[in-house]
Structures are given as C-alpha cells and as structure tokens.
Design a protein. Structure first.
Length: 317
C-alpha cells in the first residue's frame, strides 16, 4: 500500500521528562474526539491482538513509534469472505465480456454473409437488368414491325383498286417509296431480330464476365475484412482470458498472504521535533518476516465497509 500521510493535531497531553516516545503517542488524543487516547484505541481495537509497541529512528532521522498487532480470526474471516466476493465479481465480469465477444463474433459473421449476398445480388442484377433491356427492345421492334406492316397492307389494299395491273404495280411501288427504310425493316424483320439477339448475347456475356470479375474482387475484399474483424475479436477473447487469469492469480496471491502467521496490522507515527504533535505515517498490512508492505489496494478496499478503523478514530487511508 502506498504511503499516505495525514497530519493529526494532538492535544498537549504529553508527559515530558522521562516520558518515552511510545508514551507520548499512546497518551496522545485526537482533537476531534478527546474521550479516547491513541493507545486505548489501538490496544482495544477488535481486529487486533498481541499489540506490540516500539520506537525507532527513520532513515531521515525522524523519531518514529510503531504499533504492530496480530490479526484476529474475525479479521481473517472478513478477508476470506471479501476474497470470495471479489473473485465472484471477477468471474462475472469475465463471463459478461466473453458473452459480448461471442455475440460480436456472431454479428461479424452475419454481416459478412449479408455483404456476400448483396455482392452476388448486384452481380446477378447486371444479368437480369440486361435481359430486361433486351426484352424491351425486342418488344419495341415487334411493335415497329406490326405498325409498318399494317401501314403497308393498307397502302397495297388501296393500290389493288386501280383499274389495271400497271397502275397497281405503280401504286405499290409508291407505297414502298413512301415507307423508304421502314419497308426494308419490315421485309427483313426476322433477320434484324436475329442479328440483335446475337449482338445482345455477346454484350451480355461480356457484361457478365466483367461483373463476375468485379464480384470476385469484392468477395475477396469482403472475406478479408470479415476475417480481420474475426481475428481482432478472437484476440480480444484471448486478452479477456489472459486478463481474467491474471486477475485470479493476483487475487489468489493476495489471499494466500491473508493468514494469521504471515501478516501484521501496523500503525506508524512520527513525532514532531517540537514534541507537541505527531503525524500518522502509515496504517496498513505488512508481511511479518520481511516487513514488506502489501502494495495493493484490495486488502484495504475489502474492509472499507467492515470496521476498518481503530474504533472510529484512526482509519485506514
């Protein structure tokens, strides 16, 4: 736990002369509650047993007083329960993220399939659109032929009313002249239709070939994009699993240190040089043998609502 410092104003109830630094701290009281001394608060703290007081010089020469105690079983039980709750929360968080990533994978695949469908639909629509255009043109040619034939038939019917064959032939020739190029279209209509169908079929094959080539490129790009998204989602799943395992490992390491034989609850105070006040330098957990601070917020957080205070006067920071 990172060192956190809180200056506390101590009422001048220090005993001078032969009073030790330990006595000065133990006899000190907090100005916001003068009914209880610091010594009484710590010595009677329900989470502590076997409280030991000591004094020493810090690395920078300050006079320090330390209260160190073993943890009561109640404290360890709270630790175990809190550990289980935190582990459950980590599991739930992992499962929620895993569920979302699995759903995301499904969405990516569905979007890829939809894009493929649209690409194929676009390619097929080229052929369908072309065929529709050919059908419209053939219908137009059919109507044109029927109109020209009807006009020519009426003209020839009137010509046949002439008095002699020469006059009839002359009138029919006039009908053909009046129609000009349309007469040629009427006479050779079937050839025109066949020629148009052949030319249209050639254009259709070219359009389809071009469309298929474009479709091939677009399908490759779509698949590449889908695979890239799936790979990113797969990596996110792997990261989630790795983070989850790391969190569980960290929790387990913390929990393994929460034992009566390995931990002390420690309070450290520094005395002002003038001897009329003190500072709370450290409140937290330390490993007994190594005297190492447990540099994590978990052990503090899990007790923030579980009477982590010396009565109500000195609190964990």
């Amino acid at each position: 736990m990172k060192k956190q410092k809180l200056s506390l104003v101590i009422c001048a109830i220090f005993f001078f002369g032969c009073s030790s630094d330990i006595d000065k701290v133990k006899d000190g009281i907090l100005d916001f509650d003068k009914s209880l001394t610091i010594g009484e608060a710590i010595d009677n703290y329900k989470m502590c047993e076997n409280v030991a007081w000591s004094s020493f010089k810090s690395d920078n020469g300050r006079d320090m007083v330390e209260a160190r105690c073993d943890l009561t079983n109640r404290f360890l039980n709270l630790a175990e329960n809190s550990f289980k709750n935190e582990k459950r929360r980590v599991e739930e968080n992992f499962n929620e993220i895993a569920k979302n990533l699995l759903n995301n994978e499904k969405v990516i695949k569905e979007e890829g399939e939809k894009e493929i469908y649209n690409i194929n639909l676009t390619a097929d629509s080229i052929k369908n659109s072309f065929n529709e255009e050919v059908e419209r043109e053939l219908a137009r040619m059919q109507r044109k032929f029927e109109h020209y034939k009807e006009t020519f038939d009426k003209c020839t019917e009137e010509a046949k009313r002439e008095a002699n064959q020469a006059a009839i032939d002359s009138s029919i020739a006039t009908c053909k002249f009046i129609m000009q190029g349309n007469y040629d279209f009427m006479v050779n209509y079937n050839d025109y239709v066949q020629e148009y169908k052949q030319a249209s079929n050639q254009k259709l094959q070219e359009a389809v070939a071009k469309g298929n080539e474009q479709r091939k490129v677009r399908l490759q790009e779509s698949d590449k994009k889908t695979q890239s998204k799936l790979q990113a989602n797969k990596q996110a799943q792997a990261n989630n699993t790795q983070t989850h395992n790391s969190n569980l490992k960290a929790l387990q390491e913390i929990y393994n240190n929460i034992t009566k034989d390995t931990l002390n609850l420690v309070f450290q105070f520094s005395l002002d040089k003038k001897g009329d006040g003190l500072n709370v330098e450290y409140v937290g957990l330390k490993l007994k043998e190594q005297n190492i601070d447990l540099d994590n917020s978990f052990l503090m957080q899990i007790y923030q609502n579980n009477e982590i205070s010396i009565s109500k006067y000195i609190k964990f920071f």
